[in-house]
Design a protein around this ligand. Structure first.
Ligand code: DX5
Ligand code: ZN
Length: 218
């Protein structure tokens, strides 16, 4: 069954504190995961809090980091110290991807590769045997609340096919502009993880999540 992972993208510690407390306090996510976005203002035109800031607010949820940064290598140790259990960096990043995946996994942490819509899926091929997950970006990364890129559905289906053909075991996630109106077709396309930010945070998180589940199951 598909897993819904709430997303948080904060440019200040105050915003992070507010939103992480809201997710931690929601009934539905008690033992689940949270997707925390990090940005360097180089890879994307926006800057977030850093791993050290996240460490200041301990939570019981499992944390995955989505690092939208040019040099993931510079972030990995800090994220591991801050108790992140999955680190997702971009296939478009400048550092050696194999080295990063090996380093993350060597520390007993899951590694994931995110891919922007403008990047051909074939760019992932060399890493599909070793990455724990692939994150399909369904928005241009950098901000919450953007429009959904419809081609993302075909990209999920293509990846499902590549996983079957290659007998790989990586999970497939989607990130960006998921809401009640598109969650079902995303789940039906074969995504294992669905990341949702602004749709959940607007209003009551548990009610919004319930609406999404009704659509997926309906
Ligand atoms: C986009 C981020 C997403 C974002 C999701 O740059 O990587 O994880 O927080 O938020 P929504 O669901 O509002 O697109
Ligand atoms: Zn993200």
């Amino acid at each position: 069954m598909v897993q819904i992972i709430p997303a948080i993208l904060s440019t200040t510690e105050a915003d992070y504190d507010r939103d992480i407390s809201r997710y931690s306090g929601s009934r539905a996510f008690q033992d689940g995961w949270v997707h925390i976005d990090f940005m360097d203002n180089v890879f994307v035109p926006n800057k977030s809090i850093d791993a050290g800031s996240s460490a200041k607010y301990p939570i019981s949820l499992h944390k995955e980091a989505h690092i939208m940064v040019a040099h993931p290598k510079e972030w990995i140790d800090g994220l591991i110290s801050a108790n992140f259990e999955r680190i997702i960096f971009h296939v478009e990043a400048e550092d050696d991807k194999n080295e990063c995946i090996d380093y993350i996994k060597g520390k007993g942490v899951q590694a994931g590769l995110a891919i922007n819509n403008a990047t051909p899926i074939a760019k992932l091929e060399p890493f599909l045997g070793k990455t724990d997950m692939v994150l399909i970006m369904s928005v241009v990364p950098g901000f919450q609340g953007q429009p959904f890129i419809p081609e993302s559905l075909d990209r999920i289906k293509k990846l499902v096919q590549m996983r079957t053909n290659g007998n790989f075991s990586f999970k497939i996630g989607i990130d960006g502009a998921v809401k009640d109106t598109n969650a079902k077709e995303i789940a039906d396309s074969g995504a294992d993880f669905i990341t949702i930010g602004s749709y959940l945070l607007k209003g009551d998180i548990d009610e919004n999540l319930e609406t999404v589940w009704e659509k997926i199951n309906g």
